[in-house]
Structure formats: C-alpha cells, structure tokens
Write a protein that binds this ligand. Structure first.
Ligand SMILES: [Zn+2]
Length: 149
C-alpha cells in the first residue's frame, strides 16, 4: 500500500531545488526506492534521472490532518502550510484550509487553547462588569455627586 504523500524538497545534481509531492512507498509492491534513486525531471537543466538530493520533507501526517492518531502541533502545521501555499497553491488542502484542513492538536496544546478561551471569556465578562460599574459611578456623579444606593 502506498504511504501518505509528503511535501518533498529535492535538489537536482545541477543544484536547482524543487518541491514535489511523493510517497515513501509509492505502490502496492511494498518496494522502497531511496529518494536518491528516484527519477525526477529538472525543469531548469532538463536532467532526467536519479541522483537527486533529498532536503526537507513534511511529516507523513501533515496532509492527513486532522488525524486522531497523529496530531500535530499548531506551529509545525503552520510551518508546512506556508510551504504548501507557496509551492502547491492549487492543492485541494489549500482550499480546505481552516475549514476541514486543520491540525488535530496534541492534547496538552488543546487543553491550553481551551484554558486560554476560558480566560478570554472571563476577561471579557470582567471588562463588561468594570464598564457597568464605571457607568453607574458616572451616573451617580452626574446626579449631583450622590453615592449609589
Ligand atoms: Zn537540473
């Protein structure tokens, strides 16, 4: 079975760097071909054949997000989203970004964001309360300096 597609940065023997999307295992045969033995075509010098150098590669789980078994930290997800958007703007995941293409956050990060949300909610309630008190005090002052009963 083919393994998940990964954003893959490769360098031609001529030194030109490209991004492609490839699989560690491409097909049903279960045969692993080292990236350096794979044949790619260079748009720059026209070279076609093996001998490319593998540079960066997205984690296998990136294009599978949100994945319950393989969560991703927000900052890692965002790092690969930037690369996806700049090198593969037509990829279906770009259209789904923020809608159905979102990271499944690790539990501790999820708890943190829930906690932040609760704190924001609390801060907003507190802010409203302060405004209310200020307006009551102001009304009290406007009414001739009498204190609020
Ligand atoms: Zn080349």
């Amino acid at each position: 079975m083919a393994t998940p597609p990964r954003l893959t940065e490769i360098e031609c023997p001529c030194g030109k760097v490209f991004w492609t999307i490839d699989h560690d295992y491409r097909g049903m045969d279960g045969v692993y071909v080292a990236y350096s033995d794979r044949r790619y075509v260079c748009d720059d010098c026209g070279y076609e054949g093996p001998g490319w150098t593998l540079l960066r590669q997205s984690p296998s789980e990136f294009l599978l997000q949100p994945h319950n078994m393989y969560p991703m930290r927000k900052k890692d997800f965002d790092y690969w989203v930037d690369i996806l958007k700049s090198h593969f703007p037509d990829h279906p995941c770009v259209r789904r970004l923020g809608v159905t293409f979102v990271p499944r956050l690790p539990e501790e990060e999820l708890n943190q964001s829930l906690e932040d949300e609760r704190l924001r909610g609390f801060a907003s309630t507190l802010g409203k309360l302060v405004k209310k008190i200020q307006s009551l005090v102001k009304r009290g002052n406007d009414e001739g300096g009498r204190s609020i009963k």
